[in-house]
Design a binder for this molecule. Structure first.
Ligand SMILES: [Zn+2]
Length: 256
């Protein structure tokens, strides 16, 4: 039997963990999804720099070397072997999105829900569709299907050609946390629109970009992120890349 309870805390959660300098409600991203689709995989921002702008987020690594999960200020790298590594602060990323996570609403979701059902419930909990939201979902999952991407070498192939051969991992009965965002349609070209979720297990042994799941009992925390900060790489391939076209069809192949 499925049960769903939504608790609106509306910023009543005790806020902690961020220093006085922390930017609240800002989604910081480096580069753009269309640049990544074009094969711009060279890292341009260090994790140290990225973490000045957030303790929570998702992305990838220099040379497309796996999936980034930034959770509670700790960066995890889920590489193509399916294992989770702890990259150092000097490690760079070509594309990532982070924020300081201050949960505002909590939804407890009991019972078996698939990804589409979870996303629909999250949409109910965060109905302002034109405002970006960050979500953290923790608990037990009956199944969790993720993928990662293998490290690439130059000349870099386009992202659609990499993900056509992506390693996929099927986890069963795992405890862990999903980290992700829902971004509005109007950021098309800059970032992935709709829900974009990454996962890491509680024991930090597996994870990746979420493709499908079935929950057992999870708790979702949601925060609106009403400001966007896009940091663009200067002096390299980004300035010359052809990133003007609508690549929606490619994003759907790569991210869904
Ligand atoms: Zn992803």
């Amino acid at each position: 039997m499925r049960r769903f309870a939504l608790v609106l805390l509306l910023a009543a959660v005790v806020l902690s963990g961020c220093g006085p300098q922390a930017e609240r409600g800002v989604l910081y991203q480096t580069s753009t999804i269309n640049a990544l689709l074009e094969g711009l995989y060279d890292g341009t921002v260090t994790l140290a720099e990225l973490q000045r702008h957030g303790d929570f987020g998702i992305g990838t690594f220099d040379a497309l070397d796996g999936e980034l999960v930034l959770l509670d200020g700790v960066a995890y790298q889920v590489r193509a072997d399916g294992k989770v590594y702890r990259p150092g602060p000097e490690t760079t990323t070509p594309f990532a999105s982070v924020t300081f996570f201050w949960p505002e609403r909590v939804a407890v979701m009991d019972g078996a829900l698939d990804l589409a059902e979870i996303e629909a419930l999250l949409d109910q909990a965060a109905p302002a569709k034109n405002i970006p939201v960050a979500v953290r979902i923790s608990g037990t999952f009956k199944t969790m299907k993720t993928r990662s991407v293998p490290r690439q070498s130059r000349p870099y192939p386009r992202l659609v050609d990499v993900t056509a051969r992506q390693p996929v991992f099927e986890l069963k009965d795992v405890r862990g946390t999903i980290v992700g965002f829902r971004l509005p349609e109007y950021v098309k070209g800059l970032n992935v629109t709709g829900w974009h979720l990454h996962f890491v297990t509680d024991d930090r042994t597996a994870g990746g970009h979420v493709l499908a799941l079935e929950t057992e009992k999870v708790r979702a925390e949601i925060a609106e992120v009403p400001a966007l900060y896009v940091s663009l790489p200067q002096g390299g391939a980004f300035g010359r890349a052809d990133i003007s076209k609508d690549k929606t069809a490619e994003i759907n192949r790569v991210e869904k």
